[in-house]
Design a protein around this ligand. Structure first.
Ligand code: COS
Length: 380
């Protein structure tokens, strides 16, 4: 067993750290306030290879491993979790889904542009009445022979307004339950496909979250992913990898808040000394450091499982469950260490605290992760 990162991994981590410091940090507060994220920054992330990290270079990707992916996600998330969720969705839900399960034609047509960041992708599973209970899809895709007709509503879709390519999960044959669900590639601009207003959110406010409407959207049959009825398994397999990305995001949010709290505690004085010298603060720092390191090991283990070709359903669920809990608890502590300043936007920790919450909700709530883990341990 070797806990050291390779030279290449260290270089990738440093490149992501440098980009986050020089490009993401300036303006992160303004973007959070205005709920925007400029195309220019997405383009720069594409140039650095961050939009198709694990994609084979023959499809325009960077050909890196999952360890590199989580290192990049952690560094981006320390500074701007709105940027990192765009990266996560594009990489592990959209690019991975197409590369692992798409046809060669689908890869040539869609993946090549998504992997370079020329195009952006969205993953559309959640509905007003189907979030955790993902088999209860109300969106329908009726088989018309050479095409499908999609009708329905999708909610809380990351990259919802700015994407070019949407992977849409829909029910084709309700009588078959989850085996009647399919996944489709829908392009922006297809007639009947409408993008609703942007959601006004608690956190990750720079990310672009929308409701989507499908009214008799005609999608060619060649845009179905996999065999008829593969859609639910497609979603589950893809989300397992997505959960590694969100776990790494949660880890980055926690680590970012910790680094700010440590620095602040070494500068701020109270009762004649820096506040880190008070045991009340020092013990908080000790708990934060320990829990973040434990979360990092779980995140790395899940990424390593993926790289080794092992099943990672449980390791990704454990990483996400734990890292998101650590992110929530310790961003609150980081605000506490900052005292009154922690409540003020310019100190960044209140944004990290708001951003942390979603990591316990999206790509499977903490309760869903416990279902996955408990089913896994009972089966073992
Ligand atoms: N990989 C491959 N197949 C999987 C799978 C996985 N990780 N998880 C489940 N499946 C398969 C099962 O094997 C089963 O197929 P068979 O009947 O052929 O054996 C099928 O999918 C249905 O599985 P299951 O019966 O376990 O479905 P449930 O309705 O009990 O739901 C959970 C399982 C709760 C785990 C699932 O619905 C889930 O993950 N929900 C959360 C979805 C989510 O993350 N939503 C957020 C939206 S994205 S922001």
């Amino acid at each position: 067993m070797d806990f050291n990162l390779t030279e290449e991994h260290l270089m990738i981590r440093d490149a992501a750290r440098d980009f986050a410091q020089t490009e993401l940090l300036p303006g992160v507060i303004e973007r959070d306030n205005a709920q925007t994220f400029p195309d220019e920054l997405v383009r720069k992330m594409g140039e650095l290879g961050f939009m198709g990290i694990m994609v084979d270079p023959k499809y325009g990707g960077s050909g890196m491993d999952a360890i590199s992916y989580v290192l990049i996600m952690e560094e981006l998330s320390k500074i701007d979790a709105s940027a990192s969720v765009m990266v996560s969705v594009n990489n592990s839900l959209v690019c991975y889904g197409l590369e692992a399960f798409g046809t060669e034609d689908q890869k040539q047509k869609y993946l090549t542009k998504l992997a370079t960041g020329e195009n952006i992708g969205a993953f559309c599973l959640s509905e007003p009445e189907a979030g955790s209970d993902a088999t209860s899809q109300k969106t329908t895709a009726i088989d018309m022979g050479d095409h499908y007709v999609i009708n329905g509503t999708k909610n809380w879709i990351t990259n919802g307004g700015r994407s070019d390519v949407y992977l849409v999960i829909a029910q084709t044959d309700r009588g078959k339950g989850h085996r009647g669900i399919n996944a489709f590639i829908v392009e922006k601009g297809m007639p009947g496909f409408d993008i609703g207003p942007k959601e006004d959110k608690l956190g990750i406010r720079g990310s672009d979250t929308h409701t989507l409407q499908f009214n008799d959207v005609k999608v060619p049959k060649e845009n179905r992913i996999g065999e008829d009825g593969f859609g639910f398994k497609f979603a589950m397999k893809t989300l397992s990898g997505g959960r590694i990305g969100i776990a790494a995001q949660a880890l980055g949010i926690a680590a970012g808040a910790y680094e700010l709290a440590l620095k602040y505690s070494k500068e701020r004085k109270a009762f004649g000394t820096e506040i880190c010298n008070h045991q009340a603060i020092a013990f908080k720092l000790a708990d934060m450091y320990t829990d973040i390191e434990a979360a990092r090991l779980l995140v790395m283990k899940a990424a390593w499982d993926k790289d080794q070709g092992n099943n990672y359903d449980m390791s990704s669920a454990m990483a996400k469950l734990y890292a998101s809990k650590v992110a929530m608890e310790h961003t609150v502590e980081a605000v506490q260490i900052h005292g009154g300043n922690g409540f003020v936007k310019e100190y960044h920790v209140e944004r990290l605290m708001r951003d942390a919450k979603i990591t316990q909700i999206y790509e499977g709530t903490s309760e869903i992760q416990k279902i996955v883990i408990s089913r896994g341990v009972i089966k073992e």
